[in-house]
Design a binder for this molecule. Sequence first.
Ligand SMILES: [Zn+2]
Ligand SMILES: [Zn+2]
Length: 413
Amino acid sequence: MLTKSTANELGFGELPMDSGKGIKVKLHRGATQIGGVCTEVFTDKTRIFFDFGSPLEGEGNQDKLKIDGLTRGIANTDAVFITHYHGDHVGEVPDILPDIPVYMHKTAKRILQAQQEHKEILGQIVWAKELYELNAEESITIKDIKITPLESDHSACDSLMYLVEGCGKRVLITGDYRLHGFYGDKVMKTFKTIGHIDLMITEGTNIDRESPYSHDEKWVEEQFFKILRDNKYVFLLTSSSNTDRIAAFTRAVPRGKHALADVFQTKIMRIADEEREEALKSHKLWPYDEDKRDLYEQRGFGMVVRASDKFIPIVKEYFEGHPADTCLVYSMWTGYKKKSEMAKMLDIAKGKIEAIHVSGHITKEDLEQVVDIVSPRELVIHHTQERESNRRYINVPKQVYLRSVTDGETIIV
Ligand SMILES: [Zn+2]
Ligand SMILES: [Zn+2]
């Protein structure tokens, strides 16, 4: 039933035979909310889903998705493909009926599994180990649908887009992505060479926001470089799975100083680095060792921390003992500042906080550029809080039909 081939061998243009019955798409959730996206693509023979996430806290429909043949009744789903490991894309995967294969990029899967194992003691169920592994650019054909995972760029390691081909039609599902990360050029090249797209389903997290600046991950790395030279002791507060960001921070640590994290974070980075190109790997990152305290103190360090009881005492000690030499870099979405542990950490560092961050999501301006280049016949924007008013915010070329959809509605491509 399943055959694998590489996209390069086949070329993007070679489609499974047209059954004459058409390919259909249904957004189960995500049409008017960011979190909990789930998109079904199906033909008369084949039924496939993309992402199965949890809603964001307090946003949109919070009920778990119940889908016949996927989460209840007799399984009649061929496969589920995951774009990346953020909770709003994978949160409800454990509800999928057993025996339905769930696919994810192999490195992303290992990172997700390491995260789950880390939280196992707190009751987290380790389900990621059951996932099937994918490599970017290696297509999978399931009955009359061919799925090609494409390398993307997001604040999660090895995120994927999916090109779905069947019944003579081509659908592009972007997942979360951006052009201002380290792989922006690669992503742009994919858009330029992808060929005709009948339906593009893009995320639209930022469509209602103009971007007043054009900062990118390279800019973030340059700021890290300066801060690590202006301060002897620097703590980086960021998401433990934002591996590109953490790798950049470690690369910016000056010679003679230490790049530190805890054992868990170091493990995540070792996984992320394994198949990373040399220039983007982390650099000399080692787990913090209490016995080497004197050495760290003498030479200085850049240390990756999380807002937790484990790190708060260390950060506090340096801010109290060396206030002039210590700095905290806040490198994540400002919305997380309200969380209680985060607020505690930020309170310790108050007055010496540098906010250095760029979004994991495509800017409105870049999205317009991408739509112009791909020029799909139809465009659907999901993973957004905006409704019918989408058109007010983004300019699409005349030949592109911006379709407004609701959750549960079927689109015939
Ligand atoms: Zn994401
Ligand atoms: Zn997302």
